[in-house]
Write a protein that binds this ligand. Sequence first.
Ligand code: WT7
Length: 652
Amino acid sequence: MTSPASAQSHPVPSRVAAVPPPVDFATKARLRSRAVHLRMHRQSVRDPEKFWAGQARELLQWRRPFTEVLDWRRPHARWFADGRLNVAENCLDRHLATSRANKAALIFEGEPGDVRTLTYRQLHREVCQFASALARAGLRRGDRVAIYLPMIPEAVVAMLACARLGVIHTVIFGGFSAEAIKDRINDCQARLVITADGGWRRGRVVELKANVDTALAATPSVRQVIVVRRTGQEGVKMQPGRDVWWTDFVLGASPEHRAAAFPSEQELFILYTSGSTGKPKGVLHTSAGYLLGSMLTARYIFDLQESDVYFCTADIGWITGHSYIVYGPLANGATVLLYEGVPNQPGPDRFWELIERHQVTIFYTAPTAIRSCMRWGDEHVRKHNLGSLRLLGSVGEPISPAVWRWYHEVVGARRCPIVDTWWQTETGAIMVSPMPGVTPLKPGSCALPFFGVVPVVLDDTGREVPRGTEGRLFLKQAWPSMLRTLWGDGRRFRQQYWSEHPEYYFAGDGARLDSDGYLWVSGRIDDVLNVSGHRIGTAEVESALVSHPQVAEAAAVGRPDELKGQALVCFVVLKGALPTPAVSEELRRHVAKEIGPIARPDEVRLVAALPKTRSGKIVRRLLKQVAGGEEIRGDFSTLEDISVITALQTNV
Ligand code: WT7
């Protein structure tokens, strides 16, 4: 954990000319000037409790007002603890008494091109009816429900229905395999699973129900499975007594549902994310603080206004989908475009087609997607009229200045500010970002801390480094949307985030602050890779590899990749099998089966031995050099067997 930042994606320029915000943006924006922004930020960090209490009173609809703001017994935070509210009511019911009742909450477009719009009133009705059905099925506050769905309106309905009942949802990304589903369900002991017959992806059907069936062979906690008919495909097996179609499940359930008031710290969801061990971490978020964080950041950073059509390309299975497709935008009463499929189906211009067709004004995506679009060519963008766009966002990994400029010029026609937003599953909401229209932009930097956030960069000994120097990124103060713990593993929670420094939250990223206080994040410094914006733990990949009968030992590392950010390279020592290309291929398939297609190694190298220290620790630094085709250098004195180096470079 103390290795220097890998600076995997791009060299950080020392001095870049800032791009001034478009002149007229701020005249209509929520934040009118840089001065207002900086003053608010100063106030928010000087007296965070006062700031957050004010925002919480103004933005959230309380059933019982809070009197306590923060109870901070590091690392345990409780926000607004004696207050009561209902998260779903804050996302839906509150809009019904306003002109938003008949405003589109969701515009859904499936990959095959089918379109469905749900107004706030309609979405509310769906959520209420599904909540009634869940309650009728015996689901109670605190129970866990797993959601494994495509990007369809039912995914949003299911999440909000759980929230309405105080049932804890755990959304499992559709790209995960049966093994991964099983592990997550067993870890949180989910009682019920919500899935679909299949989903559309790249013109083909993803067999969601079949994956669930395989997983459920070893998940004793699950009693019921609700299945949305999405593809209408034949041959979906329904297990009598366990499986029920969504439409049958809600039949006769009341579309009216009185939302109960829950305490602020009511658990809202668990979201599994990769860490540096083989077992994913169940990040736990609770109600009021999380909702406030996602709502306030969405409001200011995306400058949400009544007439906006907001499009976030993330999947609902990731935190970005939770905070910036569901909770943040809906609490603000925004219109959200939900798209099911991939960016190049049927053609490489699908995103631009969607933007033009639905007159999208705010577009939020990841650098890996931007890099793909860039490679496919400007002509696909230029074919479409993107005049509706007024704001662009980026998230998930550092965006290189060249990619930033392409996004700014070709997609945004130099008219749209870009908000490069740094945050994590654990932070629940954006922590560092420019304020659109008021913060001068530096391509490649995520700019300035959001309200209430104080980033610090420390060296390996815990001392603050001088401005301009790379170090490890920490956050100084507690914030409302911070994770509360790791599900069932308070020790790991402490160890992972709160043991590197006695007072600060450890982010796991390398970064530096420049002389203007702008943050430049270089990437993970732990054994977590960022492959196409997906967070993948090397230890998870390694444990998947050694679960194969032919594998004696394995090590996974990242290699810089122009398109994916990082590519996944695995070094494997076989037990005795002949090292053939077929074996490499079989191991790649095996990892995809164990974790999911997103973790399929780009390369599996079969080697005679792995470089280790005398205490048996794999020396990843060397493997990274070999994987990246670099010359091997550095200190070899700790190696147990120096000849391994030659062995590594020649595949067996
Ligand atoms: C990691 C968190 C939070 C949404 C998506 C990913 C990297 C995220 C940025 C950015 C540079 C970024 C960090 C972070 N990251 N946003 N704007 N610039 N790096 O969530 O899966 O929890 O991953 O993504 O390395 O630690 P996540």
